[in-house]
Design a binder for this molecule. Structure first.
Ligand code: MLT
Length: 209
């Protein structure tokens, strides 16, 4: 009885009952395999739900359409975020998992931020790696203390510092409990991202499950 959109995805069962499930969202050109290792490193024992973006840009999977680098087709962002929300709801039922913490990189972080703003109940929280503002006119979301970690790169050529700061303010204003850190890095992830994400997930664990 479901009309949830079909995503190619991988699912790995939890091996630790109290570890929060993770929704892994890859960057442009990635797929459902990309972040499994990262997920296992930052939250050992968590169930991992990892879909592949359904939009193709020159053959590269993404989670929504863009008009140019950093310029989004916002109508598509809205539509795709809600599709992802429906997928998560359906996958939760199918696999018997709680609302996941999204862990998104780049394009995956941007769709996670959009999902938080458009359908907050879909996620228990989010780790947004190299994220930017996904919607110029976001809805009035009620994030009610949802934990969000934003990790930005000081020398990121894709995400201007001011943009990441705006995202952080937007989510805080909507009531999320945001921790925003700026790392001495570019757009690519570093060891510091892994360490900070792991420590943060361990610290919010008790509150999200
Ligand atoms: C996006 O399109 O979501 C951002 O520009 C990040 C990227 O995928 O390069």
């Amino acid at each position: 009885m479901t009309d949830a959109p079909s995503f190619v995805y991988r699912f790995e069962k939890a091996s630790k009952a109290d570890a929060p499930p993770l929704l892994l969202l890859h960057g442009t050109g990635g797929d459902e395999n990309d972040l499994l290792q990262l997920g296992a490193m930052i939250s050992p024992g968590s169930a991992l739900l990892s879909p592949r973006g359904r939009v193709l840009e020159h053959g590269m999977p993404r989670f929504f359409r863009r008009l140019a680098e950093g310029v989004f087709d916002e109508q598509d962002v809205r539509k795709r975020a809600l599709e992802l929300g429906a997928f998560v709801e359906d996958a939760r039922r199918r696999h018997g998992i709680a609302a996941p913490v999204a862990v998104g990189f780049s394009n995956g972080a941007n769709i996670a931020a959009a999902l938080l703003l458009l359908k907050p109940e879909a996620l228990a929280g989010a780790v947004l790696l190299r994220a930017m503002v996904p919607l110029s006119e976001p809805p009035r979301a009620r994030l009610d203390g949802k934990p969000v970690l934003i990790l930005s790169g000081q020398a990121d050529p894709i995400v201007p510092a001011g943009n990441a700061a705006r995202l952080s303010a937007m989510l805080s204003d909507a009531g999320a409990n945001v921790v925003h850190k700026i790392l001495p890095a570019g757009h690519q992830l570093s060891q510091a991202d892994v360490r900070l994400a792991r420590d943060w997930i361990a610290s919010v664990d008790a509150r999200v499950v």
